[in-house]
Design a binder for this molecule. Structure first.
Ligand code: NAD
Ligand code: MLT
Length: 308
């Protein structure tokens, strides 16, 4: 019997492929819940809250597979897992639509001051002149990283009459043509976009991709979006560029450290935030849980796994 620990809040319905399988015993609860001895766990399922460090892996000598119910595997020490021969699988496309929709919603909310106006009316005020916004129509959206989520965002932006300019060193011109976006250099996106949204993974190359130097190349009045990973936009540099009036505002779903605590960006009126909600829909959570549960079962049944 394989012992499976579903840590973080993994949607139970999505665990069905494992729950209905007689060879698996599934425990739903945090790493420290004590539901099962960590030494006996064969498979671990996580979202982003559990940090799968080398130390945690060391405490799980029977572990054979880690399933990430989501895209980013940056909360998993892949090097340490690989050294131990532990397979890591993720669910690369189960939350694409939800995250693209959330990014689009954040962009619209940012341009129309919706969170600020909402708070104002709720506090008993009615300051219509304070919340003059901008149309999306006719604006240029710069997308950095045109993978699954970036591509879905591009389609939605085009439907709203925006032009889309993209920087992605791994994107082919054919794919850009199919999506009707303009493939460009990073500098050109920085210089021309009215709104810039980042959709890369967090890697050594993308950590701090938007920093003091690169932000200084953007248009005065640019808006920035990060619904990918905290750290792709350097948070201190962003706060500085907003304070000096160069960046007009930002919408952030993710932070370098989550929750961010007492953070300078949170005190800025033109910054709107959500607590890493990109993938938090019923549909996406069911999709990603089902995908990784299926992968884990396939692994133990010696069938091919798709997303390792
Ligand atoms: P993806 O792998 O499909 O796309 C990433 C794209 O980034 C690829 O096209 C790749 O070529 C490009 N890229 C890589 N390095 C680059 C660089 N240096 N410069 C420019 N482009 C580069 O990934 P995805 O599923 O679209 O996810 C994108 C990001 O969103 C990831 O960071 C993921 O972890 C994050 N994410 C966040 C949430 C959320 O809840 N906020 C949900 C899902 C995914
Ligand atoms: C992901 O990488 O899939 C997201 O950040 C969503 C999540 O962690 O749930």
């Amino acid at each position: 019997m394989f012992q499976v620990l579903a840590a973080d809040s993994i949607k139970e319905q999505g665990l069905q492929p494992l729950l209905e399988w007689k060879q698996a015993q599934v425990y739903s609860g945090g790493i420290d819940s004590g539901l099962v001895s960590l030494e006996k766990v064969d498979a671990l399922l996580v979202r982003s809250a559990t940090k799968v460090t080398a130390e945690l892996l060391d405490s799980m000598p029977s572990l054979k597979i880690v399933g990430r119910a989501g895209v980013g595997v940056d909360n998993i020490d892949i090097t340490a897992a690989t050294k131990r021969g532990i397979v890591v699988v993720n669910a690369p496309d189960g939350n694409t639509i939800s995250t693209a929709e959330h990014t689009f919603a954040m962009m619209a909310a940012l341009m129309r001051n919706i969170p600020q106006a909402h708070a104002n009316v709720k506090s008993g005020q009615w300051n219509r002149n304070q919340f003059i916004g901008n149309e999306l129509y006719g604006k240029m959206l710069g997308i950095v990283g045109l993978g699954r989520i970036g591509s879905e965002l591009a389609k939605r932006a085009k439907a709203f009459g925006m032009s889309v300019k993209v920087y992605d060193p791994f994107l082919t011109t054919e794919r850009a043509e199919v999506l009707g976006v303009q493939l460009s250099t990073f500098d050109n996106v920085l210089q021309e976009a009215d709104i810039i949204s980042v959709h890369t993974p967090l890697t050594k190359e993308t950590n701090g991709l938007l920093n003091e130097r690169t932000l200084s190349k953007t248009k005065k009045g640019v808006y920035l979006l990060n619904c990918a990973r905290g750290g792709i936009i350097d948070e201190m540099a962003l706060a500085h560029f907003i304070e000096i009036g160069h960046v007009a505002g930002a919408a952030l779903d993710v932070f370098k450290v989550e929750p961010p605590g007492d953070h300078p960006l949170l005190s800025l009126d033109s910054v709107i935030v959500t607590p890493h909600l990109g993938a938090s829909t019923r549909e996406a959570q069911l999709n990603v849980a089902t995908q990784v549960a299926t992968e884990i079962r396939s692994f133990f049944e010696n069938k091919p796994v798709a997303n390792s």
